[in-house]
Design a protein around this ligand. Structure first.
Ligand code: NAD
Length: 243
C-alpha cells in the first residue's frame, strides 16, 4: 500500500471497530494519525477526547493534530431505540465536522456511510453507488446516515474541501463487538431454532480490513477532477446500469 500524498490524518471514531483498523492500516504505511472519539480504547496514537456534535471540540483537535484529511467513522451503533441520538451525532455531528474542516483548511473528508441507506425492504441485486436512498428510510439510524452522506457529498469542492462517502455492508473481523456478540447471545439463549423467511435471503458482508483499505484508497484518490476527467467518468457511467 503506497500513500499518494503525505496527508496527516484524524480518524473520527478511531476507537471503534472500523476506525481502529483504519488507524492500524495508516500506521502500517507510516502515516501520521490521531484519533478523535468520545472514548479512548487505544493508546499508541495521539488522542483527542470529544463529541462531534461540538464543533469547537472538532476544531480544537484539527488545529492540534494538524490534520489535512479527516476519516469520519463515528456513529452510534445500529439498533438503538433513540432517533434523537442518531440525528444529533450523525446529522448535527457531521454538519459540525464539515464546518470545522472548512474553518481549519482541511482538504479531504472521507465519510463512512452504510449500505443500509439504500435498503427499501426488498432485494437489491447488482446495484451500485448511483442508487439513491428510498423516500422512506428503513429506520432512524439509516435515515440519519443517508442525511449525513448527502451533506458530506454536497460539501464537496466547497471551501477547499474534497469529500467522498463509502457505503460498506455488514462488517466482520477482529475487534467486532456487535455482530458476533449478537450471534453468540442468540446461541446462548437457545434461540437458534427459528427461521425467518424461506432461507434464500442473501446479505453482503465485508471483512473489516478490506473496508479499512477502501477508506485509505478513497483518501488517496480524493482530489479535484479536471473538466475532461469529469466528462470521461460520465461517459463510463453511461454504459453501466440505468437507474
Ligand atoms: P463502532 O461503534 O465500533 O465505532 C464507532 C465509534 O464512534 C465508537 O468508538 C464511538 O465511541 C464513536 N462515537 C460515537 N458517537 C460519537 C460522538 N458523538 N463523537 C465522537 N465519537 C463518537 O462502530 P463501527 O462498527 O466501527 O462502525 C463505524 C462506522 O461504520 C459507523 O459510521 C457505522 O455507521 C458504519 N457502518 C458500520 C457497519 C458495521 O457492520 N459495523 C456497516 C456499515 C456501516
Amino acid at each position: 500500500m503506497v500513500a499518494s500524498s503525505r496527508d496527516v490524518y484524524l480518524v473520527i471514531g478511531g476507537s471503534g471497530f472500523l476506525g481502529r483498523h483504519i488507524v492500524e492500516a495508516l500506521l502500517a504505511r507510516k502515516d501520521t494519525v490521531s484519533v478523535f472519539d468520545i472514548v479512548q480504547r487505544h493508546h499508541d496514537v495521539p488522542f483527542y477526547s470529544g463529541d462531534i456534535s461540538e464543533e469547537g471540540q472538532v476544531s480544537d483537535a484539527l488545529r492540534k493534530s494538524g490534520a489535512t484529511c479527516i476519516i469520519h467513522t463515528a456513529s452510534p451503533p445500529h439498533g438503538m431505540d433513540d432517533p434523537a441520538l442518531y440525528w444529533k451525532v450523525n446529522v448535527d455531528g457531521t454538519k459540525a465536522v464539515i464546518a470545522a474542516a472548512v474553518a481549519n483548511g482541511v482538504s479531504k473528508l472521507v465519510y463512512t456511510s452504510s449500505a443500509g441507506v439504500v435498503f427499501n425492504g426488498h432485494s437489491l441485486i447488482n446495484i451500485d453507488e448511483r442508487l439513491p436512498p428510498p423516500p422512506k428510510a428503513m429506520d432512524a439510524y439509516n435515515e440519519s446516515k443517508a442525511k449525513a452522506e448527502e451533506m458530506v457529498l454536497e460539501a464537496n469542492s466547497k471551501g477547499g474541501l474534497y469529500t467522498v462517502a463509502l457505503r460498506p455492508s455488514g462488517l466482520f473481523g477482529p475487534g467486532d463487538r456487535q455482530v458476533f456478540a449478537g450471534l453468540f447471545e442468540v446461541y446462548q439463549n437457545n434461540q437458534t431454532h427459528f427461521q425467518i423467511g424461506d432461507n434464500t435471503n442473501l446479505f453482503d458482508w465485508t471483512y473489516v480490513e478490506n473496508a479499512a483499505y477502501a477508506h485509505l484508497l478513497a483518501a488517496d484518490r480524493l482530489r479535484p477532477l479536471s473538466t475532461e476527467e469529469v466528462a470521461e467518468l460520465k461517459e463510463q457511467l453511461r454504459y453501466a446500469l440505468p437507474y
